[in-house]
Design a protein around this ligand. Structure first.
Ligand code: NAG
Ligand code: NAG
Ligand code: NAG
Ligand code: NAG
Length: 223
């Protein structure tokens, strides 16, 4: 897309508050746009996902998806900050592998991080579809009235914000799942460092919905 067209589209979205609708079976690379004045939006799919992602006004979005493929999208901040306190609410209705999660990246080192607030119990976040592969458990800690278990694993030659490459994933997974609340990012950042992970420079951070070979719908708002 030409930058002039992109600017016009963003201007239209800002002026009219029109939702940006993506019905993307085909969107392969990550798409990022600023959605109105306040929130950043990122949406990625592997191109196999039957997913319709829609930006709504303010910090809100909705997504509906069907079987096949992997996607992750949502609204947040770019760059994120370690001091971010996220106030969120969601209607999250997945069938199969799906997460409602703070999602983002650091660079140098390149790390893909997740703070999973809710998920479908058929798939433990941070594991692959091979149930034997749970990733390494680093420990547990409490934050925002919940117990989080922390897992890490390496992804070998997978898509990233720096192209297809090898990088670490880290997951905080909330034991008592929730679809609304206050999330204190700094507690996770500190826990990850205390558990021996060298975090990098903050890139973007979003309150995401991720689905992989599953179906469902999710409407999420951050404030
Ligand atoms: C979260 O945001 C909502 C909407 O602005 C507000 O009503 C609520 O008080 C906020 N919650 C906290 C704990 O700040
Ligand atoms: C998504 O599901 C497919 C098919 O079950 C699997 O091969 C793939 O590893 C999964 N992707 C992730 C990121 O777990
Ligand atoms: C963390 O908590 C989970 C759930 O209670 C438990 O299964 C696991 O053994 C704990 N892990 C560590 C490293 O303490
Ligand atoms: C979302 O999923 C739930 C549970 O499957 C379903 O009852 C509801 O109708 C769905 N809503 C939309 C808008 O698709």
């Amino acid at each position: 897309m030409s930058s002039a067209l992109l600017i016009i589209l963003i201007a239209v979205a800002v002026v009219f508050g029109t939702p940006t609708e993506n019905t993307k079976n085909g969107l392969a690379p990550r798409e990022e746009l600023s959605s109105g004045a306040t929130f950043f939006n990122s949406f990625w799919s592997d191109g196999k996902s039957k997913v319709s992602y829609k930006n709504l006004a303010g910090g809100k979005y909705s997504v509906t998806w069907g079987e096949g493929g992997n996607f992750v999208g949502g609204k947040g901040w770019n760059p994120g900050t370690t001091s971010k306190v996220v106030n969120f609410t969601a209607s999250f209705n997945p069938e199969g592998y799906a997460y409602l999660t703070i999602y983002g990246w650091t660079t140098s080192p390149l790390i893909e991080f997740y703070i999973v607030e809710s998920y479908h119990p058929s798939h433990i976040p941070g594991t692959t579809t091979d149930p034997a592969d749970k990733g390494a458990e680093l420990g547990n800690f409490t934050s925002d009235d919940g117990l989080y278990s922390v897992r890490t694993k390496m992804r070998i030659n997978k898509p990233s914000i720096q192209g297809t490459t090898t990088f670490r994933q880290i997951f905080s997974v909330r034991e008592d799942v929730r679809e609304e609340g206050i999330l204190t990012f700094a507690n996770h950042w500190k826990a990850w460092k205390d558990m021996g992970i060298t975090m990098g420079k903050m890139n973007y951070m979003i309150m995401a919905t991720e689905g992989n070979d599953s179906s469902g719908n999710s409407t999420v708002e951050i404030f």
